[in-house]
Design a protein around this ligand. Structure first.
Ligand code: FEO
Length: 167
């Protein structure tokens, strides 16, 4: 694997682990305001982002690349409302989508078609992530200050069961 590709994939492992860390901070925030369904949903995100990071890590190793481990940035730890937290997630996921697009640009630039094929999985994944989070943002906006609506959504999100995607 070309060094430029290896470095870009290394950066993405760090970004995915940061996402996992950010969602862990959000899980903790939701626990602190007694919204246990939101917290459970967030645990699914923590696991999913860890899975993304490990998927790229495994790929770098499979291609004979080398991992370099940088510090993981400190995440934000407080939000004023569930809506603010979910708006943060939506902006964050849009940023991740851009990062994946940039990674594909690197793969095409160095003519690494195997990496491009590998990264296509993440493009589909990001479409799903943005759609899921966007829907929750919309629902939180509709709910506004209606606490019964919020508790209903909390109970719905609490039903999330994380299952590892097929590799
Ligand atoms: Fe790993 Fe939420 O993107």
């Amino acid at each position: 694997m070309k060094k430029k590709m290896e470095k870009a994939l290394n950066n993405q492992v760090n970004a995915e682990l940061y996402s996992s860390y950010l969602y862990l901070a959000m899980e903790s925030y939701f626990q602190s305001v007694s919204l246990s369904g939101f917290a459970k949903w967030m645990r699914g995100q923590v696991q999913e982002e860890m899975f993304h990071g490990m998927k790229i890590y495994d790929y770098v190793n499979e291609r004979g690349g080398k991992m370099q481990f940088d510090a993981i940035a400190k995440p934000q730890q407080k939000w004023d409302s569930p809506l603010e937290a979910f708006e943060h997630i939506l902006a964050h996921e849009k940023n991740v989508t851009q990062m994946i697009n940039d990674l594909i640009d690197v793969a095409l630039d160095v003519r690494d078609h195997a990496a491009k094929a590998f990264l296509d999985w993440f493009i589909i994944e990001q479409v799903e992530e943005e759609a899921t989070v966007g829907e929750i943002v919309d629902r939180l906006r509709l709910i506004g200050k209606d606490s019964s609506g919020l508790f209903l959504l909390d109970s719905e999100l609490g039903k999330r069961v994380f299952t590892l995607p097929q590799k």
